[in-house]
Design a protein. Structure first.
Length: 378
């Protein structure tokens, strides 16, 4: 397999890395990520102008790339600056529109790609424990409308989203694959109550309560009761994006730690000359390369038609990233000594993001169990 990126991807990577390094310096990023909005509308618009969001989608819907490796390139670059912009929501909702949307619904893709609209996936629920089929939110047909009731937890940028992709049960038991339907709900629809908060790793999120929220019949995305398969594909894109983002963050944490070991002196010598610390750093370097291999494998599998092979590669990558990301975060902090945990040191923010990525869309324990279950079906 050829692991070298195409010229177009290298150009995208160069321009995006340059933009991130220039616009998301440590102090600026911290101010944006922990501010009232949790992101920068101005910089998000500039990212869209650069073609960053368009790179996540294929040409047939107005993008210009959209393969697994294009997605991994974009999010790896974003991870290097732990950029807190709502690109993941655009990717997930946009892919759902591509997979199941009507022609009229697909018209929303353009506003997602040009950055004028923010989208968010509202699927995870309290007590779901990462299980994709756990949907207690209900949607009932009443005349020409659907009426939604339920609670969605930790919806990234849920308070600012112009469009929410909401999973709701139209039939079946709470943990059944069948009977899950998807709805496109305006972010400011009547009946949505929000409890919004800053995330520990930056950005904003909300708990959304749907209290008799009415949407028209054409808000249904795809076929009634058949949303599980779409959700699985959408989650696959989330797993790839998060793994790539973590890889970018790991590279920066690794480089910052190496630089510290070279410059910090103790007993008249750089601490990087001490064999015990060298051994620990070598372990980190090897694990980061293992993470890189996992992301490459996931990106290659993303466009595969074989569901089991694709999902195994994605769960394997998420398991690896969860384990390795936590290791890199912990070792980098330890090797920095007392300053490793301080707010002023950029490394501490990378460490927080790496640990939190493990808990998004299923942690390492969840994906290890899922990988084993998928292996038994083949």
């Amino acid at each position: 397999m050829n692991f070298e990126h195409t010229e177009d991807r290298r150009m995208l990577m160069d321009s995006l890395n340059r933009f991130v390094s220039e616009q998301y310096g440590a102090d600026v990023r911290t101010q944006i990520a922990y501010g009232a909005e949790g992101h920068s509308p101005k910089l998000y618009a500039q990212l869209a102008e650069l073609g960053t969001i368009g790179a996540l989608f294929p040409e047939e819907v107005g993008g210009f790339a959209g393969a697994g490796f294009d997605i991994s390139v974009v999010f790896e670059c974003l991870g290097r600056g732990i950029v807190p912009e709502p690109l993941l929501g655009a990717l997930l909702v946009g892919r759902a529109l591509m997979l199941a949307g009507s022609d009229a619904q697909k018209e929303q893709l353009q506003s997602l790609m040009d950055g004028t609209a923010i989208a968010a996936l509202a699927h995870d629920e309290p007590g779901a424990h990462h299980e994709l089929n756990h949907v207690a939110t209900t949607a009932k047909r009443e005349g020409a409308h659907w009426v939604l009731n339920g609670v969605k937890g930790l919806v990234s940028f849920g308070e600012k989203a112009d469009c929410l992709l909401v999973s709701a049960r139209t039939s079946g038991a709470t943990d059944s694959d069948a009977g899950i339907s998807l709805f496109l709900v305006p972010g400011q629809a009547a009946g949505i109550k929000r409890r919004s908060f800053n995330r520990i790793d930056g950005g904003r999120a909300s708990e959304l309560v749907f209290d008799h929220v009415q949407v028209p019949a054409d808000a249904l995305l795809g076929s009634e009761g058949e949303g599980h398969a779409v959700l699985e594909r959408v989650r696959g894109y989330a797993l790839l994006a998060l793994c790539a983002e973590a890889l970018g963050a790991m590279d920066v944490a690794k480089d910052q730690t190496l630089e510290y070991l070279r410059t910090r002196k103790q007993f008249g010598a750089p601490i990087g000359s001490f064999q015990a610390l060298q051994h620990r750093m070598v372990d980190v370097l090897l694990e980061v390369e293992q993470a890189r291999s996992a992301v490459i494998n996931a990106a290659a599998a993303m466009d595969e038609d074989d569901r089991v092979a694709r999902e195994k590669a994605l769960s394997a990558a998420k398991y690896s990233i969860g384990r390795i990301g936590t290791l890199v975060a912990e070792e980098s902090i330890q090797l920095h000594g007392g300053i490793g945990m301080t707010w002023e040191l950029p490394l501490s923010h990378y460490a927080k993001r790496l640990v939190m990525i493990d808990h998004e869309f299923g942690d390492e324990d969840h994906h290890l169990a899922r990988f084993i279950a998928l292996s038994q079906t083949h």
